[in-house]
Design a protein around this ligand. Structure first.
Ligand SMILES: Nc1ncnc2c1ncn2[C@@H]1O[C@H](COP(=O)(O)OP(=O)(O)OP(=O)(O)O)[C@@H](O)[C@H]1O
Ligand SMILES: [Mg+2]
Length: 223
């Protein structure tokens, strides 16, 4: 077995495919013989009594061995950025709890942020602060089509300002409508000095979609 791979998965926006990419990385780790941890410390839009959907997906991809409470620490009902939702129900020790829970994990694993890099997690921290504190190689998920050069460029600037290593940019099309920029975007993004994976095509069927993410991300997890 190779050295335990670990990644922090973030994105250029909400709804770009972070959970899909993080789940694929976990499944690849399981396939490579690891027992990875999934960590989605902040999840919003969780109705009372309902499971946090991202955390549940990641837990399943990781082999289902974790308690859901150790995958997702901080759940909020309103579908807002975690830091904005926390204004209504403050959790003063949330940040310390997040770091302490992470430190207890061993071996391979994947952490999913929330939204994009400058999204607030609480009154004092953004997702980029969490990426910096955990010091993991970053996987940046982005839209495949028009607008992505700007969004990826801005996100890379934010990551480079913190001297964070970018393992890859993953492109995915999460809407049916494509556009002509998809063909040239990978080449233009490589000029920014990053590894580009994908684009993953728009695939509404979950099995085909999961398989496509697995293929796209396989270079990041040696077997
Ligand atoms: N390549 C694709 N083809 C079809 N649907 C996709 C694709 N990628 C993502 N989706 C769908 O788009 C939606 C958003 O994807 P996902 O949940 O992975 O995004 P996210 O970045 O984790 O979102 P959030 O910010 O809410 O955590 C999901 O319903 C997912 O199934
Ligand atoms: Mg998600």
């Amino acid at each position: 077995m190779t050295r335990a791979p670990r990644f922090f998965v973030t994105g250029t926006d909400t709804g770009v495919g972070k959970t899909q990419a993080a789940g694929a990385l976990l499944a690849l780790m399981v396939r490579a013989g690891h027992r990875p941890f999934a960590f989605k410390p902040y999840e919003t839009g969780v109705e009372p009594g309902a499971e946090p959907e991202d955390a549940a997906h990641l837990r399943a991809c990781a082999g289902g061995w974790q308690a859901l409470d150790s995958v997702c620490l901080h759940r909020f009902v309103p579908p807002l950025a975690p830091g904005v939702a926390a204004e209504r129900s403050p959790r003063p020790r949330a940040w310390q709890q997040t770091l302490a829970t992470f430190r207890a994990f061993e071996g391979a694993g994947v952490v999913e942020g929330a939204g994009g890099l400058l999204v607030p997690l609480d009154a004092r921290h953004q997702v980029v602060d969490l990426a910096e504190a955990l010091a993991l190689p970053v996987v940046l998920v982005a839209r495949a089509g028009l607008g992505t050069l700007n969004h990826v460029g801005l996100s890379l600037e934010a990551l480079r300002a913190r001297k964070l290593r970018v393992a890859a940019v993953v492109l995915s099309r999460s809407t049916p409508k494509g556009d002509p920029s998809e063909a040239s975007n990978p080449r233009w993004l490589r000029r920014l000095g990053v590894r580009v994976l994908g684009p993953v095509p728009f695939l509404p069927a979950p099995r085909a979609r999961n398989a496509a993410f697995l293929r796209a991300l396989s270079p990041l997890v040696p077997r």
